[in-house]
Ligand binder design. Sequence first.
Ligand SMILES: Nc1ncnc2c1ncn2[C@@H]1O[C@H](COP(=O)(O)OP(=O)(O)OP(=O)(O)O)[C@@H](O)[C@H]1O
Length: 266
Amino acid sequence: MAILQVDNLHFSYEEKEVLKGIDFTINKNMVLGIIGANGSGKTTLLKNISGYLKPAAGDVFILGKNIKDFTIKEKAKYIGYVPQDIVYDFEFSCYDMVMMGRIPYLKRFQLERKEDRDIVRECMEITNTWQFKDKSIKELSGGERQRVYIARALAQKARILLMDEPVSHLDIKYQVEILSLVKDLSLKGILVIVVLHDINLASQFCDEIFIMKEGKIIASGSPGNVLTLNNIKSAFSIDVEVFENPITHTPYVIPSLNGKEQLKVV
Ligand SMILES: Nc1ncnc2c1ncn2[C@@H]1O[C@H](COP(=O)(O)OP(=O)(O)OP(=O)(O)O)[C@@H](O)[C@H]1O
């Protein structure tokens, strides 16, 4: 049975159609990267998969069950969502924020159990956020906060993890640490779908990549098959050079100057 199946998905914000017939099936755990130009529909696709937005047409199935038929608690056990950076206007401690990931596992009014505290601690340790446990989420930098959101999603122990630009605020060390963690999670039985702006990080860490353009998936497959001159030009309207990353042997993409003179700073 497919882990995730998306059939003919369409979505519009009022008049504007943003997803124009998305179809794919994922049968194995992996890190799937979604790349594409600003406004191509990446976040909207994640929000439709998570059930947060309701498609105008089409369906999303998780392990054979239509997302429409999940209760909110059930959905949270199957899908963890790491949003783009949000600054909440309330004073939750980071510990409480991560503990929220355990709510789907607690009965109404039930206090957290030792098992929940252990999971929260473990998830905060692996994201290197235990040091912030007593701090308010508002006091953290964008990158630190992002790691707390990742810890919360991990505490949910979800089958599918959706991440919307999870490393865009992180410095290079944490980018690599978080994406390595993500890779590790996929090997331990989680399907991770991650929107990335950095094509080279996507190439380095993702098993497969979707390229989106104007609400459609225009290319899908391994980084080597997808990150071609033509696909990148089509999606981003830019000429690039594609080399081989000497460590991962996946494509390494740099913008081509295309005959343009470099700006001279004097
Ligand atoms: N709440 C909204 N109401 C109306 N239009 C929206 C809303 N959210 C997004 N859009 C529009 O839908 C289109 C797709 O947006 P989306 O955020 O899915 O793109 P994206 O590929 O994730 O972009 P980015 O790379 O800039 O984050 C854009 O044109 C955007 O302006």
